[in-house]
Design a protein around this ligand. Structure first.
Ligand SMILES: [Zn+2]
Ligand SMILES: [Zn+2]
Length: 171
């Protein structure tokens, strides 16, 4: 298990110097996110690249997350991998900055831990529609077959649920 401490970002060189910037290029192993139950199933580590800049005493992170995660297709329910590149922008400030808690990532002792903020960013994509492919045909609402793989002859235009039950009984 990787130490969370190894993922801390040292801000010492920029916290007191306006206009200064540091580059961020970090890889967050899959296991550091295992504490979050509703994280999509990561297939690769998460890479964060970007910069943290001191603007008028406030620190701004502007970066990009890349990772691949496994999802279940919303239409055919088959698992598939999807590659993501997500923008990540956040304000990093001292705990006592006076900002609202959800407006910034707090730092302490000139270091910041971004794991939680990255998790939030990635969790947001689980709310996207997930399709194994754009034209996924989904499951047949009558026989349940995967219509990407099989062609059935069901007529799923209008089925009265009561009729469906009757059909089941007659099988
Ligand atoms: Zn699908
Ligand atoms: Zn069918």
């Amino acid at each position: 298990m990787m130490e969370q401490n190894e993922l801390l970002i040292d801000l010492t060189s920029i916290v007191k110097s306006e206009g200064m910037e540091i580059k961020v290029n970090k890889e967050y192993p899959i296991e550091v996110f295992s504490q979050y139950d509703d994280m999509p199933s990561l297939q690769t580590p998460v890479t964060l690249t970007g910069t943290i800049t001191n603007h008028a005493g406030n620190l701004f992170l502007k970066g990009e997350l890349s990772f691949t995660a496994n999802f279940l297709c919303d239409r055919c329910l088959e698992p598939f991998d999807r590659e993501y590149t997500l923008p990540m922008e956040d304000t990093i400030a001292r705990e006592d900055s006076g900002l609202e808690a959800d407006e910034f990532i707090p730092y302490q002792h000139n270091t910041v831990q971004l794991t939680e903020a990255i998790y939030k960013c990635i969790f947001a994509v689980t709310l996207d529609q997930q399709l194994c492919r754009k034209d996924c045909k989904g499951l047949c609402s009558v026989c349940g077959c995967n219509r990407n793989e099989t062609t059935c002859n069901c007529d799923d235009t209008e089925i009265d649920p009561r009729l469906l039950k009757l059909k089941e009984l007659l099988k």
